[in-house]
Structures are given as structure tokens and as C-alpha cells.
Design a protein around this ligand. Structure first.
Ligand SMILES: O=C(O)CCC(=O)C(=O)O
Length: 273
């Protein structure tokens, strides 16, 4: 359970480092399972298994991106792997997400692995999650990002902009300097006093980091000799509704009507108090 101080820290910053939730053996098992999924060796398949860098080319027009660089993105590894489903249902993570979301029910919206291989690992541009999820309302989801390798500056850990979860949707104005500093293309649209300054979010192997779905974040290249593997699970509080405005890869699995709670087999409940 998170303390009052931790909940306050999340409220102020929009992100928080949690505890180490997986031991060495648990991390190793997930890594082995990840290898099987990446190589397409499981019976069931995830929703996506691709080089995100290639698919995103053109999305971040200000970023230096090359197709020789790679970010392996797997979406909904939980559908391909029981072990990853068990991970998404992790008791400590779910209890803490429920505290952060102030909800007594949690569903999986979707998960995603991002693997930046040594040397050729590409960047993940500055973004806010909720504007990239244009079928969900309201914007109060929280994600749990668990490192399967120590995520440090050298291998492309995430960076966060403290307080940015309170500034609203600025996705289309987010941009990156060549050295991966975030900036706003129209800073006059930011609330008074907003300071756009990113801090590294280094997470130890097996540790969990939480972030709000409006927090500005991104992760630069991995030019080190180290791998950078991680599993993020994006959780919906019990009240998240299906409100489509644009398309999304998970749209195909929605079976409810606009305005209804987004529930169904592909959005399983993993926590209910
Ligand atoms: O793993 C990364 O570097 C980025 C992940 C991310 O953007 C997220 O979990 O919302």
C-alpha cells in the first residue's frame, strides 16, 4: 500500500517510484516468456508485435529517427502469455493503482512491452498517454511500468515532466530538442507558472514506477551495451467509459456502446474490492 506521502507526491508530480515488486526469479521468467512472444513462438499472439520506431516514423516530426533503430513494442502480451496476465493482476500493483485512481475496480485497458535493444534502441517521443487513447474518458487512468532490466539514463530510461498532468491535453504541441529535452511549440497555451523541465525516471529491475495518463513523458535512444526491457500495464478505473473520437488499435475489441463503461473479455477486471 502507498503511504499518504507517496499519494501526495503522485498528486503533485504525476508520477511516483514504487517498490521492487518482482524478485530475480520472477523477472527471469518474464524475460524468458517475452523472448518466446517476440519470436512468435507462443500459441496465442499479442495484439501488436512490431518495431514501434518504424511505425512511428513521421509521428514525431522533430525527432531524429532511423528505421535501423528499434523499439520492439508488444501490445497485450497478456493475451499471449498467462504469466504476463498474472503480472497484470499483481496484488501490490493493483492495490496501489486503485489507491492512485481512487477506484474500487480496475480493468486492463492494454499493456505494452517496450524493448530497446543495446546500441540500436530507438527513442520514444515526448507524449501524453490519454490523447493517444482517443476512445476513453475521463483522463484519469494510471499506468504501472515495471523494469525487466535496470532502466537508467544510459540505456534509455523514461523521463518525466513534473506537474504536467495538471496542464491538460498538449499532445500536438509537444516536441523534442535533438538532445531529447521536451518543449512546447506554443508555450503561451500553458497555464501560468508551468515549468517544462524533465527529470529522469530511473527504475530498478523488478521495481514499479507509476504515471498518470496526462503526464508528459518519453524515453531517448539506447546507445549503451545494455538491454532495456519493460512491461507497462495501463489500468482503467471502474468508471472509464468508451467515448470514441478517433481510431485506436484496441477499438476492434470494443463490444459496448458509446458512453458505456468499457468492459468485456478483452478488458478484464483485475481488481475488485
Ligand atoms: O517504455 C517506454 O520507454 C515508454 C513507455 C510509455 O510511454 C508508457 O508506458 O506510457
Amino acid at each position: 500500500m502507498l503511504t499518504v506521502e507517496q499519494l501526495e507526491e503522485f498528486e503533485v508530480n504525476g508520477f511516483l517510484k514504487g517498490s521492487v515488486v518482482l524478485n530475480e526469479e520472477e523477472v527471469e521468467k518474464l524475460r524468458e516468456e517475452l523472448n518466446l512472444v517476440m519470436e512468435g513462438k507462443t500459441v496465442k499472439q499479442p495484439v501488436l508485435n512490431h518495431n514501434k520506431n518504424k511505425s512511428d516514423k513521421g509521428l514525431y516530426d522533430d525527432m531524429e529517427m532511423s528505421v535501423d533503430e528499434k523499439v520492439v513494442q508488444i501490445v497485450n502480451i497478456w493475451t499471449a502469455s498467462d504469466l504476463f496476465f498474472k503480472h497484470a493482476s499483481h496484488t501490490t500493483i493493483c492495490e496501489e493503482i486503485a489507491q492512485l485512481c481512487k477506484s474500487d475496480t480496475l480493468r486492463i485497458w492494454h499493456d505494452q512491452v517496450q524493448y530497446k535493444p543495446p546500441v540500436s534502441g530507438g527513442p520514444t517521443g515526448w507524449h501524453q498517454d490519454h490523447p493517444l487513447w482517443p476512445i476513453l474518458q475521463p483522463a484519469d487512468l494510471v499506468s504501472a511500468w515495471v523494469a525487466l532490466d535496470d532502466a537508467v539514463i544510459e540505456n534509455g530510461c523514461m523521463w518525466m515532466v513534473p506537474g504536467s498532468h495538471k496542464w491538460g491535453d498538449h499532445q500536438k504541441y509537444l516536441a523534442s530538442t535533438p538532445d531529447f529535452k521536451p518543449y512546447h511549440k506554443k508555450p503561451e497555451l500553458l497555464p501560468e507558472g508551468a515549468v517544462v523541465e524533465a527529470v529522469p525516471f530511473e527504475i530498478k529491475k523488478g521495481q514499479v514506477g507509476y504515471h498518470h495518463c496526462l503526464t508528459w513523458h518519453g524515453s531517448p535512444h539506447n546507445r549503451s551495451q545494455l538491454k532495456r526491457r519493460a512491461i507497462a500495464v495501463h489500468y482503467m478505473p471502474g468508471h472509464t467509459r468508451y467515448e470514441p473520437s478517433r481510431n485506436h488499435v484496441m477499438h476492434q475489441f470494443v463490444t459496448v456502446e458509446p458512453g458505456e463503461i468499457l468492459r468485456g473479455d478483452q478488458f478484464p477486471v483485475v481488481y475488485a474490492k
